[in-house]
Ligand binder design. Structure first.
Ligand code: DP6
Length: 327
């Protein structure tokens, strides 16, 4: 007998970044983070536990996944099997409904959808907090994708990670914002995976401690801006925080540099938009793409300004929480 469930999760983009861990084994972040969940970037994942299977199987976007990816899924499913007291292997089918480009935040939506589908299929009666903690074990940013809108991830202090989970933050800005995503380089695979690059930054960058010292201040400022409904204040924190994260990575030895010439051209265009009175603020993750926080009223103007520079531009509204769609 198989037990199956399907879940759908949206990716999220951090406005205050997660960059570095305090525990690799439990995947505990060294600091908190804050993000916006995005409706345009969705992963749908089905998990079917089947006692007849000899090993877990992963089909990603229609093709059998590589051994390394399947091994990461097995490590994650072992946690679910342990909590649920089952031993059956699973067939996992995951599809990224991302507009053509890859290289976006698919591990966030991927592990959020996997956590919810696997926990449901395994019959785990998990609270949202427990699901966020479970998703974090797969990928730190995935803990935030359990929730829609603005989300705060707590670094926590407990050695077992029981207080390192995400929670939604209400703000009237949620009805006013858009994220304009400018894809650079056609969405080619990223040069350094975020996991290895953040570990390398923590181990070798002379700016890493300064980064860690900065994050609590940026989190407080971002939460203050959300509470006040102040988009320019939120945007300024987000752009400054992303630049600081990249500065810490660039100072690692050897350097981790995600930017391409087009990334800098897009950043200059975002500054030019601001000079023309259009509220737009950039953030970048472990890749060359530029994501721009703006208001609904300015989203079209921002997209039009970035389109000539980027290989593709996506305008996204805030997304909702991870949901079970079948099972
Ligand atoms: C730059 O969540 O992919 O996107 O926990 O090792 O899987 P792991 O890392 P991951 O890192 C995300 C890094 C980031 C910033 C962010 O999303 O906060």
């Amino acid at each position: 007998m198989t037990a199956r469930a399907t879940a759908k999760a949206c990716a999220n983009i951090a406005l205050v970044k997660y960059w570095g861990k305090r525990d690799a084994q439990l995947n505990l972040p060294a600091a908190g983070s804050l993000s916006l969940t995005l409706a345009a970037l969705v992963t749908e994942t089905t998990v079917a536990f089947d006692p007849a299977l000899a090993a877990d199987e992963l089909v990603l976007d229609g093709s059998a996944a590589r051994t390394k990816e399947t091994a990461r899924i097995t490590t994650f499913l072992d946690l679910v099997r342990g909590q649920a007291g089952i031993s059956a292997r699973a067939r996992v089918t995951s599809t990224n409904h991302f507009p053509t480009a890859s290289g976006l935040a698919s591990s966030a939506s991927g592990f959020a959808a996997l956590a919810v589908a696997a926990a449901t299929a395994a019959g785990l009666a998990a609270t949202p907090r427990a699901l966020s903690i479970l998703a974090r074990r797969g990928s730190g940013s995935a803990a935030r994708s359990l929730y829609g809108g603005f989300v705060r991830m707590h670094a926590g202090h407990a050695p077992d990670g029981s207080d390192a989970f995400a929670e939604p933050i209400t703000s009237r800005l949620l009805d006013k914002v858009r994220m304009v995503i400018a894809i650079v380089g056609g969405g080619a695979p990223k040069s350094h995976g975020s996991r290895d690059a953040m570990d390398h930054t923590a181990a070798t960058s002379p700016l890493y401690q300064a980064w860690l010292d900065l994050v609590p201040h940026d989190l407080a400022a971002a939460e203050g801006a959300l509470a006040a409904g102040d988009l320019p204040a939120l945007g300024a924190v987000a752009e400054g925080n992303a630049l600081a994260m990249h500065a810490s990575a660039m100072a690692a030895r050897p350097a981790v540099i995600y930017w391409q010439p087009t990334t800098l051209a897009l950043l200059a265009e975002v500054r030019a938009l601001r000079d023309r009175g259009i509220g737009a603020w950039a953030t970048m993750d472990a890749g060359p793409h530029v994501k721009v926080l703006t208001s609904i009223e300015h989203a079209d103007a921002v997209a039009a300004a970035l389109r000539p520079l980027a290989s593709e531009v996506i305008v996204s509204a805030p997304g909702g929480p991870t949901t079970v769609t079948a099972g």
